[in-house]
Structure formats: C-alpha cells, structure tokens
Design a binder for this molecule. Structure first.
Ligand SMILES: NC(=O)c1ccc[n+]([C@@H]2O[C@H](COP(=O)([O-])OP(=O)(O)OC[C@H]3O[C@@H](n4cnc5c(N)ncnc54)[C@H](OP(=O)(O)O)[C@@H]3O)[C@@H](O)[C@H]2O)c1
Length: 281
C-alpha cells in the first residue's frame, strides 16, 4: 500500500480502528476521521504507535452535513490523492433523535454520511483511479426494507429497524454507485464484517445491549471484523471488482430488495434531495 492514501471513518474503536492500523502498517498514508478531538487524538496515538505508519487525524460528526462538507473540503485540500475511502462509522440508537439537518440520526450517520462523503470525494477518487470505495454494511439488512413512506421513522420508530434499513441503504447505495462509476477505474463494494465484539450497540436498544453482553464471548474480535474491509481496500484480488457484497472476503448474495434498481434509483434521488447534493460532480 506504499504510495496510497486511504480515508477511514469511525476509527476510535472496533472495525475502523483495526482497519486503519492494518492499512497504515501496510505502508499507506491513512487519514482517520473521528467525531471528537479527545477520542480522535487517543485513536491517532494508538494507530500511529501500533502501525508505525503515517496517520493523520480529521474531525467530523458524520451526522452533520455541514461537517461532512467541511471535512471533504479539508481532505481534498490536505491530501494530494485518495486511493481508498472506507465508510465505516456507524451506530444504532435506542431513541429517535434528529440531526441538525432534521434527519433521523441512524439514517443520517449510517447512510447519508456514506453517501455525501463518497459523492464529495468522487473527484479526488476519479483523479486517483484506480481507486476504491468500501462501505461497511451488515447482514442485519436481510429482512429489512427501505420505508420510503416513513424514511425517518416519524410515524413509527424502532431502533433495530432503523439500523437494518440504514445497512440495506449502504448496500443499495454501493450497487448504484458501482453502476454510475463503471468504466472510471473507481470501484465500490460493501461487506458484512461478522458479528464483532466492538463498542457497537452501546447506545442501542436495551435488548441489543443485553444481546451484545451475553453474546460477547461468542463474537469475533475487531481485528477479525476488519479482515474483509482490509481485503477490499488493499487486495490485488479485487482490483477492478465492483458492485459486490462480501462476507468473509468472499462475494455473497445480499437480500432481494438490495438488487432492485427501482429502489436504488429512488434512494439515490431522495439522498440527493436530502443533501441537495445534485450539484456535486
Ligand atoms: N460490530 C458488529 O457486530 C457489526 C456487524 C455488522 C456491521 N457492523 C458495522 O461496522 C461498522 C463499525 O462498527 P463497529 O462494530 O466497529 O462499532 P464501534 O466500535 O461502535 O465503532 C463505530 C465507530 O463509528 C464512529 N461514529 C459513530 N457515530 C459517528 C458520527 N456521528 N460521526 C463520526 N463518527 C461516528 C464511532 O465514534 P465514537 O467513538 O465517537 O462514537 C466509532 O469510531 C458500523 O458501520 C456497523 O454498522 C458492525
């Protein structure tokens, strides 16, 4: 990965931190994106120390479109190239909270955060081609649907359903992005990392917190969870491969709804409207 620059979001813990460590240890310059300065600086120190690599910190709350736009501008100015973007930051919430943009927070961080950052970094990725977008999704998308009539859960909210919908959106978005980027040298793939003992679920519904506590001994480590993102970000085996969902470093089938082009077109349009990003090249 020498000479490559990777942007990885959500690196204060879990899968994102381990992905950043591995990519930096492999020689890439890694720009980590964290929400708060104190956790970000702690993560920066640890990732630098464990990888011995070139790591730089950027701060942004990915639930704020203003912050994502400012982040993209800073990344674009600071980094001569972006070879890999790993959209990883994500969360599940117990209660319905709105962002400053008026969006339900799970949808805003987990889907709109991926969508907007990818779109804003697209010129940089295109200029750095061959380049890769890697979206960390989840097996939780199976059984989920994108509720276009109540995307923000205003009529009925369930933390798990909001999460599962956002992870389905990650996959639908990845497939549509791959179609739109076909022939450019920029690929887009997504993945399920496994069931991982990270900080995931700490702000989630009580049942999820309980399940995580009980199931923890059976879960895989964050380092194991990072294996597929690292593979998609760096392996020559997936050079040129695009528009796929991976589990355990193998292409896998995602849910039927995730392949529906009408759902993809509608999600893209709504996402553009919600971010007013149609002017993004
Ligand atoms: N763990 C699993 O079993 C599992 C399974 C399937 C998929 N996933 C997916 O894997 C990804 C990583 O999760 P993880 O398991 O590593 O969980 P984690 O340890 O909780 O890490 C999540 C990361 O996202 C960051 N983040 C959350 N909200 C953010 C925001 N508004 N702005 C910026 N950063 C934000 C967190 O930062 P803070 O420290 O500031 O909160 C943290 O760095 C997620 O997309 C998740 O959906 C996880």
């Amino acid at each position: 990965m020498k000479g490559k620059t990777c942007v990885v979001t959500g690196t204060t813990s879990g899968i994102g931190k381990e992905t950043a460590v591995a990519l930096a240890a492999a020689g890439a310059r890694v720009a980590i994106v964290c929400r708060t300065r104190d956790k970000g600086e702690r993560a920066l120190d640890e990732i630098r120390q464990r990888s011995g690599g070139d790591v730089i910190l950027f701060l942004a709350d990915l639930g704020s479109q203003r912050a994502v736009r400012a982040l993209a501008a800073r990344l674009t100015t600071a980094l001569p190239r972006v070879d890999v973007l790993v959209n990883n930051a994500g969360l599940i919430l117990d209660e319905r909270l709105l962002t400053e943009d008026g969006l339900e927070t799970t949808f805003a961080v987990n889907h709109i955060g991926y969508f907007l950052l990818s779109r804003l970094l697209e010129p940089k990725l295109l200029a750095s081609a061959p380049a890769r977008v890697v979206n960390v999704a989840s097996r939780a998308h199976h059984g989920a649907t994108i509720r276009f009539d109540d995307l923000m859960g205003a009529r009925s909210y369930d933390g798990w359903k909001a999460y599962a919908q956002s992870k389905l959106a990650n996959i639908v978005f990845t497939y549509e992005l791959a179609r739109r980027l076909a022939g450019t040298g920029v690929t887009a793939n997504c993945l399920h990392p496994g069931v991982i003992a990270s900080n995931f679920g700490s702000a989630g519904p009580a049942l999820i917190r309980l399940g995580v506590r009980i199931g923890r001994p059976l879960m895989k480590s964050s380092a194991r969870g990072a294996e597929t993102p690292i593979y998609l970000a760096s392996s020559p085996e997936v050079e040129g491969v695009s528009g796929k969902y991976f589990v355990n470093r193998r292409a896998a089938r995602s849910s039927d709804e995730s392949y529906d082009p009408a759902v993809a077109a509608r999600l893209w349009k709504v996402s553009e409207e919600l971010t007013a990003a149609s002017d993004v090249p």
